[in-house]
Design a protein around this ligand. Structure first.
Ligand code: ADP
Length: 579
C-alpha cells in the first residue's frame, strides 16, 4: 500500500503528517495517564496536587498545539496534494492514452477515480491516519501508565491486543475483497449506464427502453448484491472487534473491583484507571471503522494506479517526426488483435488512394471498423504498418493525425452544451459564418430553425435531446467545419429511417468530395458510390482481404462481392414485395 501511495501522493508529506499525529496521540496518552496521579492526589488531598495540575495543563496545551498543527497540515495535503494533484495527474495521463483505450467501462472508471476514489483518498490524511493514531497509540500509552500503577490490569489490557490484531487482519483481507468486488460491479454498472445512454437511438427503435434493458438491469442487480455482501462481510469483524474491546473492559473492571475489595488496590487509583480507560475506549471502538476506511484507500489507490499504468501511445521524439506527403492511407501486411489469442486482422494490405472513396465491405465482425480506427491510430498494430501519405503513423504526431482526419461514427456523442459549441469543438477558431455554412451543407439548418432556441439550444447529456438522425447531422456538420482532408465514416446510415438515410447519403456524398474517404459500407447504394471496394472475409485466424477493385470490376467476376450484390438485391426486392 505504501508503494502505491507514494506513487500517487507526496511521500514526504504523508510521513510528516503521520509523525505529527503520532506525536499528538502520544501527548494525549500521557495527558490521560497523568490524570491517574492527579486524581489520586486530588482525593487524598496530597500536597503534590499543584505539581500534577501544572503538568496536566502543560501537556493539555501541547496536545492542543500539536493536534491543531497536524490537522491543519493534513487538510492542506488533502486538498492540494491529493485532490488537486491527483485529478490533474489522471487528466494529464488520460490525454496521452490511445483513443482505443476509451471503452464505456473505462470512461466510468475515470469518472469514478476523479470523483469517488479521490474523495476516499482525501480522507486518508485528515481522517484515517488521524483516527488510527488516536485509536491505537493513546490506549498503548495508557497501558504503559497502568502497568506502573497496577500491573495485573495492564496484563489483561495487553492480552486483548492479540485477538484485536487477529480480527483486524481478518477484517483487512475481507474488506479488501469486498471493496474490490464492489468497485468492479459499480464500474461495470456505471459502464453499462454510459452504454445505455449512448445506445438510446437503437434501443428506443426496438422499444427496449419501455421494458428495461437486460444488461443494465443485471449489472445494477449485481452491484446491489455485492454492496449488500460487502456490508455483511465488512460489518461482522467490526462487531467482533467491539465485542472484544468491551469484554476486556468488563474484565478489567471486575478484576480491579475484586482487587479493591481484597485491599490490594486503592479505590481512588481504581476509579482513576477506569475513568481514563473508558475515555480511550471510544476511539478504539471506532478503530474498526477507520481500519476499513484504510482498506477503501487501498482499493482507491489501486483503481487510480490502474489508470496511471495504462500505456500511452508514444509520440515520435521531437525531431524524429516526419510530415505525411499527401493523404493516401495504406495498410501493409497488418495483423492486429484486441485480446491475445483472438486475432482480428491477419496480414491485411489495402490502399485508400488520396481524394477517392474506398468502401470496406464484408460480414459483420470482419474487422471493418477496426481498420478505420487503426487508420486514425486508436491502437498500434501488432505487425505490419499503417501509413498516411507514405509515412508510418508511429512517425506522425498524434495531434497531426487528429488534425488531418474527421470521423463520423455511428455512436455520435455530443457534449451537453449548445449546438453552436458542439460544432465549434471541431475548430475553435471557426467563425459564425463558417458554422452556418457547415450547418447548411449538413442539412442541419431546418433542424436548428425548428429548435426552441435555435443554435443556442442545449442538446442534453450525450446529445440525447436530439434524434439519432439529428445527431448524425451535427457530426457531419462538425466534419464540414473541421474540413480535414481524410474522412473516416462508419456505416452511419444503418440505424436511420428511410428519409433520414437518403438525406444523409446525399450529404455524405457532398462531404466526401475532394477528400480521402474510408467508409464502412453495408448498403448496396453506398457501395455503388465508392471508387474502390475492399471486401474483407473473416477466417479463424483473423480477417483477410478477399477482393479489392472498383465496384464494376468486382461485380463482373464471381466472388464474395458478387454474392453480396445478389443478396442485397434479393433482400431489397423482398422488401418491396413485403411493402
Ligand atoms: P465490423 O466493423 O466488421 O463489424 P469490428 O471491427 O467492429 O467488425 O470487430 C472485429 C472483431 O473485433 C469482432 O470480433 C469484435 O467483437 C472485436 N472487437 C471490436 N472492438 C473490440 C474491442 N474494443 N475490444 C475487443 N474486441 C473488439
Amino acid at each position: 500500500m505504501w508503494k502505491l501511495l507514494t506513487r500517487v501522493v507526496n511521500a514526504v508529506e504523508i510521513r510528516v503528517i503521520t509523525a505529527w499525529f503520532v506525536a499528538s496521540a502520544v501527548l494525549q496518552g500521557l495527558t490521560l495517564a497523568l490524570m491517574i496521579p492527579f486524581l489520586r492526589a486530588l482525593f487524598s488531598r496530597s500536597e503534590s496536587l499543584t505539581g500534577w495540575l501544572i503538568a496536566v495543563v502543560i501537556l493539555g496545551v501541547s496536545v492542543l498545539i500539536v493536534d491543531t498543527t497536524a490537522m491543519y497540515r493534513s487538510y492542506r495535503v488533502s486538498v492540494f496534494e491529493i485532490c488537486d494533484t491527483m485529478i490533474d495527474r489522471i487528466a494529464e495521463h488520460v490525454l496521452t492514452l490511445p483513443l482505443g483505450w476509451f471503452s464505456a467501462e473505462r470512461e466510468a472508471a475515470v469518472v469514478n477515480a476523479t470523483s469517488k476514489e479521490v474523495n476516499t483518498l482525501s480522507h486518508l490524511t485528515s481522517m484515517v491516519i488521524a483516527n488510527l493514531c488516536n485509536a491505537f497509540i493513546v490506549p498503548l500509552v495508557m497501558l504503559g501508565a497502568t502497568a506502573f500503577v497496577e500491573w495485573p490490569l495492564a496484563l489483561i489490557m495487553a492480552a486483548t491486543i492479540i485477538p484485536l490484531v487477529l480480527v483486524l487482519r481478518l477484517m483487512g483481507a475481507a474488506t479488501t475483497r469486498a471493496n474490490e468486488m464492489e468497485d468492479r460491479t459499480s464500474s461495470a454498472a456505471a459502464g453499462r449506464l454510459v452504454e445505455f445512454a449512448r445506445l438510446q437511438p437503437v434501443l428506443r427503435a426496438t422499444g427496449v427502453t419501455r421494458t428495461g434493458w437486460a444488461p443494465v438491469r443485471s449489472a445494477l442487480e449485481d452491484d446491489a448484491e455485492s454492496m449488500l455482501d460487502g456490508l455483511r462481510v465488512k460489518g461482522r469483524p467490526g462487531q467482533y472487534f467491539n465485542l472484544i474491546v468491551n469484554v476486556a473492559f468488563a474484565l478489567v473492571m471486575a478484576v480491579g473491583l475484586s482487587r479493591v475489595s481484597g485491599h490490594r488496590l486503592d479505590v481512588v487509583a481504581y476509579l482513576a484507571i477506569m475513568a481514563v480507560t473508558a475515555r480511550t475506549l471510544l476511539p478504539l471502538t471506532k478503530a474498526a471503522m477507520y481500519a476499513s476506511e484504510a482498506d477503501n484507500t487501498k482499493v482507491a489507490l489501486r483503481a487510480v494506479g490502474d489508470i496511471l499504468d495504462a500505456r500511452p501511445l508514444p509520440d515520435p521524439e521531437p525531431g524524429q517526426e516526419i510530415a505525411p506527403q499527401g493523404t493516401t492511407v495504406a495498410l501493409s501486411d497488418v495483423s492486429f488483435s484486441y485480446d491475445e489469442g483472438r486475432p482480428v486482422l491477419a496480414g491485411v494490405s489495402l490502399t485508400a488512394p488520396q481524394g477517392r472513396v474506398t468502401a470496406l465491405v464484408g460480414p459483420s465482425g470482419a474487422g471493418k471498423s477496426t481498420i478505420l480506427r487503426l487508420a486514425a491510430r486508436f491502437w498500434d498494430v501488432d505487425d505490419g504498418t499503417v501509413t498516411i501519405g507514405g509515412v508510418p503513423v508511429r512517425s506522425i504526431r498524434a495531434a497531426t493525425i487528429m488534425s488531418m482526419t474527421s470521423m463520423v461514427f455511428q455512436d455520435v456523442y455530443l457534449f451537453d452544451t449548445t449546438i453552436r459549441e458542439n460544432l465549434r469543438i471541431a475548430r475553435p477558431e471557426a467563425t459564425d459564418a463558417e458554422l452556418a455554412e457547415a450547418v447548411r451543407r449538413a442539412r442541419l439548418d431546418r433542424v436548428v430553425e425548428a429548435l426552441p432556441r435555435g443554435w443556442d439550444t442545449q442538446v442534453g447529456p450525450g446529445g440525447l435531446s436530439l434524434s439519432g438522425g439529428e445527431r448524425q447531422r451535427v457530426a457531419i456538420a462538425r466534419a464540414f467545419v473541421k474540413d480535414a482532408p481524410i474522412l473516416l465514416l462508419d456505416e452511419i446510415t444503418s440505424a436511420l429511417d428511410g428519409e433520414n438515410e437518403s438525406a444523409i447519403t446525399e450529404v455524405v456524398r457532398e462531404l466526401s468530395e475532394g477528400r480521402t474517404v474510408i467508409m464502412v459500407a453495408h448498403r448496396l447504394s453506398t457501395v455503388r458510390q465508392a471508387d474502390e471496394v475492399v471486401f474483407l472475409e473473416p477466417t479463424g485466424a483473423g480477417a483477410r482481404v478477399a477482393q479489392c477493385g472498383t465496384p464494376q470490376e468486382l461485380a463482373a467476376v464471381p466472388g464474395p462481392f458478387r454474392d453480396f450484390i445478389e443478396a442485397s438485391t434479393a433482400s431489397s426486392r423482398w422488401h418491396i414485395r413485403q411493402g
